[in-house]
Design a protein around this ligand. Sequence first.
Ligand SMILES: *Cc1c(COP(=O)(O)O)cnc(C)c1O
Length: 345
Amino acid sequence: MNIEKLIRKNVLKLKPYSSARDDFKHQAEVYLDANENPFGNGLNRYPDPYQKNLKNALAGIKGILPEQMLIGNGSDEVLDLIYRAFCEPDEDNVIIVPPTYGMYKVLAEVNNVEVKEVLLNDDFSLNTKKIISRADKKTKLVLLASPNNPTGNIFKKDSIRELLKELNCLIVIDEAYIDFSEEDSWLKDMEKYPQLIVTQTLSKAWGLAGIRLGICFASPRIIEILNKIKPPYNVNQLSQEFAIKSLKSQIVYNENLKIILEEKEKLKLGFENLSFVRKIYPSDANFWLIKVDDAAKIYKGLLNQGIVVRDRSKEPLCENCLRITTGTPEENKKLLKALKLMDRN
Ligand SMILES: *Cc1c(COP(=O)(O)O)cnc(C)c1O
């Protein structure tokens, strides 16, 4: 497995933008190097381009070294950087496994990279044989969300191990929902697999979708490459500060997580009592995918009662499926009440 061969030639060659803060990293009394406004308001200085304090805070929680992390303006930016670092437009391809997170395909199209789609099996497990057979010399990435969105299931470790063993490309495991799962993160296996990239986010379990903060974990070499091409000040000062503050509130995080998981189980019990619910798919995330008799009808009925869920019926293998996020205890009660009302009519 030679990572160097996977990197785009222009990226290997390019000399990154060198910011004022790159050239001078120490403490000084007077900063006249970055054309900033000198009048302090707390935000007049450019933020740390490498988010050192934030990475140190994350290192403590995740058990990963700061040099194995890249932070982005949401996972969406992180994923875009991965495409741009490794996929030659109009030449290389990536493999995705629908039904899955919609951004993988959008990013491929934006970057003019061919997408090979290998459907999940009927039980939403990975079709590893097919993935391996579809991969070719131009395949640079396999993108897996695990737990997956919109299906909610986590992929078997053995299936992913098989891909890591058989394929000569990078395997990106998007762990946006891993905090809701009892399964281990792939972060534990980072040292073993140099071709492994794990992404996580503060948008879900950490409750910080508004600050846009995604994290890429990979070997120091991959991080070095991604750092070369990222916009220098991609994570703003407010987000960095708010994230550091929030990461210190482990108690709040744990409490909220516990409530969400309890509430998720209550939703399941509620769904089980509805005659129009045909199937509740197993979920390792904070949402349920349920199959109903008529998804459009239920969707509209809920909307009429002021509740919006996601109709995923148009996704492959998801006919008449709704994706429902766990809300607050009050919101979940409202949802179940609204669904019951439709059951009677
Ligand atoms: C919600 C979600 C994300 C989060 O993206 P951000 O840009 O970090 O908010 C990433 N991947 C999947 C599969 C998701 O469902």
